[in-house]
Design a protein around this ligand. Structure first.
Ligand code: NAP
Ligand code: GDP
Length: 323
């Protein structure tokens, strides 16, 4: 019999946390959890403000996790980052320091924390791999978020060297799916475009304006696909070295192509325009999933199907979604 695992998911109410919850529920129906002997606990900011050390410790005291998937963070799209770099840095530094120190104090066996492919150096050779995280300045648009995320890797190394802890990190590319943040000012490009284009349709507009040139390239992963990779990592990956969780390099799409896919899924019949007066952010951040593929055979939902399902979820949940 496996020893009981109590898995605490911080950020359990967000895009990735909800996707992990969905996959865990599906697994439960197969009875797999009795064999794995896992209990899952999903927490959001109402359970504890993880910027606060006392609240963080109380959360760990209450749940006594043996494993932690640490997702909680101040998260946002390009334009939210550009306007709030200081807040992104301070909030995420506090959250990460509190969660990892509580994990150490409460003797958590493994922590899987979350970096992002947007934290890599701006001036870099492609494809990006796991060895390049600290090799140069991040893009100026999101330096606060990037440096705070990079410090997770520094903390992981420190806890391993001084205390032998198995605290590791994964590096997702752009994620989207049900439960995303669809706010035009705060959200990432796919949910923001879905929301804004849906509004344009409701207002019977004949054109829709995509922000920026539409030329930047992104690797997008469906939240339910990355949720499965998080579960695999938590159960099987025993190194403190970061692991990129991304779709393949050839699956990278332009922002213009992503906007076309959303237009198709929504059924918008107007014309797309591009506002080049708005920022483009990083041109690309093409990441290699070679290391992941050497360990595991991931399955990725085709982009247009994931967009279709996300649009369907948004339409069904417009009243309760984050707008
Ligand atoms: P999200 O939907 O915005 O969810 C963020 C989560 O963090 C929510 O559960 C939120 O709780 C929680 N949270 C925020 N501030 C908190 C605080 N002070 N105390 C406690 N909990 C707090 O974000 P996501 O997209 O799922 O992101 C999950 C992780 O993936 C993050 O670490 C992010 O950096 C990383 N990531 C995301 C992407 C992407 O494209 N979305 C790409 C790469 C990496 P409440 O909702 O209850 O307030
Ligand atoms: P990033 O991948 O970290 O840069 O963040 P985003 O998910 O916010 O994507 C930003 C890219 O999408 C930039 O090239 C923006 O110019 C472009 N974009 C186009 N329209 C929108 C929009 O409505 N919201 C956002 N966030 N980005 C948009």
């Amino acid at each position: 019999m496996n020893l009981e695992k109590r898995v605490l998911v911080t950020g359990g109410t967000g895009l990735v946390g909800k996707a992990i919850e969905t996959v865990v529920k599906e697994e439960k129906q197969t009875g797999a959890h009795e064999v794995l002997n896992e209990t899952w606990i999903f927490c959001g900011s109402k359970d504890a403000d993880l910027r606060d050390k006392v609240e963080t410790d109380a959360l760990f005291e209450k749940h006594k996790p043996t494993h932690v998937i640490h997702l909680a963070a101040m998260v946002g799209g390009l334009f939210h980052n550009m306007a709030h770099n200081l807040d992104f840095f301070r909030d995420n530094m506090s959250i990460n320091d509190n969660v990892l120190h509580a994990s150490y104090k409460y003797k958590v066996v493994k922590v899987v924390s979350c970096l992002s492919t947007c934290i890599f150096p701006d001036n870099v050779t492609y494809p990006i791999d796991e060895t390049m995280i600290h090799n140069g300045e991040p893009h100026t648009s999101n330096f606060g978020y990037s440096y705070a995320k990079r410090m997770i890797d520094v903390l992981n190394r420190g806890y391993h060297e001084q205390h032998g802890c198995l605290f590791t990190s994964v590096v997702p590319c752009n994620v989207f799916g049900p439960h995303d943040n669809f706010s035009p000012s705060c959200g990432h490009v796919i949910p923001a475009l879905i929301r804004r284009m849906d509004d344009a349709m409701r207002n019977e507009e004949k054109t829709f304006t995509v922000w920026g040139s539409g030329k930047p390239l992104r690797q997008f992963i469906y939240s339910l696909d990355i949720a499965k990779l998080f579960l695999w990592t938590m159960r099987n990956y025993d190194s403190i070295e970061p692991l990129i969780l991304s779709v393949d390099e050839e699956d990278e799409v332009s922002i213009a192509a992503a906007a076309e896919a959303i237009k198709h899924a929504l059924g918008f019949e107007g014309r797309l325009l591009f506002d080049t007066g708005r920022a483009d952010g990083q041109h690309k951040k093409t990441a290699s999933n070679k290391k992941l593929r050497s360990l595991f055979a991931p399955e990725f939902t085709p982009f247009h199907l994931a967009v279709r399902d996300t649009v369907a979820w948004f339409r069904d949940h417009r009243d309760t979604a984050r707008l």
